[in-house]
Design a protein around this ligand. Structure first.
Ligand code: ATP
Ligand code: MG
Length: 403
């Protein structure tokens, strides 16, 4: 999500593209309002979010407008919001044809100055307002020859240019732009769509949380630890992962740290050794479910991928899910580890995830865990445990942090 180049110094606005929202038909205004609200919160004092001739733009304020470091930061912050397809620095001006031509040439001059290896270019004009007196290809030709004169050896290449200058002419405004920064895509986040995301400290679960956020959900993060058997450093690591996830959220995020040790001791003492991890995970589900009821969440999200480890066979996933009625979402279910790693790298969680940490799930775990834990055996074993007392006291002892 890093901006590709230094923004053009003539930038006055950021053009925000969204794509999937356009498919929403009658609900489109609702999704646009959500997106605009989330953008406005993140833009803060750096500008104003408005709709300009049917386009969502940020009208930049100082110092973001002229400080390229600040502007670059803002671009990557906005590109990280779900619902944003791309962020494009642009110049917005009126519809006087002569001014459009001279400003487009000036915009190109700055881009050429900033990057010595541009050898080919193209101009593409789109007249959204057909009443505009000059035809698109006439503008392309006039502006194109003015740009070509700026640098010896520069040639036109319409298919794959090094530099593409776009000119968009709308009812009351024209927009000139060249580079765009790809966003996370998806749907705008809606704070009423809360989900509980189980965050382990490994590679998968932060990716799962970000994937579900791209579909418009607001995460409540839950991490289970077995202090003092798991270290303070492991919790610090989870907090740093949560801080990266926060970058992709329009609102501050809750991180719940829940002690699992009492549950684990009870399972160790009363249940089949080979079923321990599945029992832990069933408790995680119940605790997540109860927390979800309290915070108004509608689903539980995990980083499970089918077949990755013993607890992720279909039999065991079923056995784990059986502990709750709430929907369990597994955005990574069909992905290979290397595909998940690519996503983790792009999101910026990978480098943190690969640092060593203590995994609560392996405490007292069998060296030979069952891959086919039968539900009736699990239920028999659990009948010996004070299920809801364990769930409630884990939540009573939980710590909530706002990230
Ligand atoms: P990860 O990279 O997310 O740790 P994993 O391959 O190690 O995944 P498991 O340890 O089997 O998988 O856990 C599967 C899922 O269960 C995790 O992705 C996470 O959503 C949840 N989970 C496991 N351990 C914890 C924990 N200590 N706290 C919260 N959630 C957990
Ligand atoms: Mg794990």
């Amino acid at each position: 999500m890093m901006p590709s180049k230094q923004p053009n110094p003539n930038t006055t606005h950021l053009l925000i593209r969204h794509q999937e929202i356009a498919l929403k038909g009658r609900n489109r205004p609702y999704f646009e309002r959500r997106l605009t609200k989330n953008l406005a919160r993140r833009v803060g004092e750096s500008g104003k979010v408005l709709s300009l001739s049917g386009r969502v733009v940020v009208d930049l304020a100082e110092p973001a407008r002229s400080d390229s470091g600040k502007l670059n930061h803002l671009i990557s912050e906005l590109a990280a919001l779900s619902g944003v397809h791309a962020v494009t620095p642009c110049k917005v001006l009126g519809t006087d044809p002569e001014r459009i031509k001279s400003e487009a040439r000036d915009w190109a001059r700055h881009d050429l100055d900033a990057s010595a290896d541009i050898r080919t270019f193209a101009v593409r004009t789109r007249r959204v307002d057909k009443k505009f007196p000059v035809r698109s290809n006439e503008i392309d030709i006039t502006v194109g020859s003015a740009i070509q004169a700026l640098k010896p050896g520069l040639t036109a290449n319409l298919k794959k240019p090094d530099l593409r200058i776009s000119i968009e002419i709308r009812a009351k405004h024209a927009m000139i732009y060249s580079n765009e920064t790809n966003g996370v895509h998806g749907l705008p986040q809606d704070s009423s769509q809360r989900v509980i995301c189980l965050l382990s400290g490994g590679i998968d679960s932060p990716v799962a949380a970000c994937e579900i956020m791209r579909r418009g959900c607001s995460p409540v993060l839950v991490h289970f630890h077995s202090k003092p058997y798991t270290s303070e450093a492991s919790i610090a690591k989870v907090k740093r992962l949560a801080a990266v996830i926060r970058r992709y959220s329009a609102h501050p995020v809750e991180l719940w740290l829940v002690p699992l040790l009492d549950v684990q001791k009870a399972v160790r003492d009363q249940c089949n050794e080979r079923h321990r991890t599945v029992h832990y995970r069933r408790f995680m589900m119940r605790i997540a479910d109860e927390l979800g009821r309290r915070v108004g969440a509608k689903a539980i999200v995990t980083g499970d991928a089918l077949g990755q480890v013993a607890s992720q066979t279909l039999t065991n996933l079923n056995a784990i899910e059986d502990a709750v009625k709430t929907a369990v979402l597994r955005p990574l279910i069909s992905l290979d580890k290397d595909q998940i790693i690519v996503k983790a790298r792009n999101l910026g969680t990978y480098e943190i995830s690969i640092e060593p940490h203590d995994d609560a799930c392996v405490l007292f775990a069998s060296p030979n865990p069952s891959t086919q834990a039968g539900l009736s055996a699990l239920l028999d074993e659990e009948a010996r445990l004070p299920l809801y007392r364990l769930v409630f006291s884990a939540l009573d002892a939980a710590e909530k942090i706002i990230v």
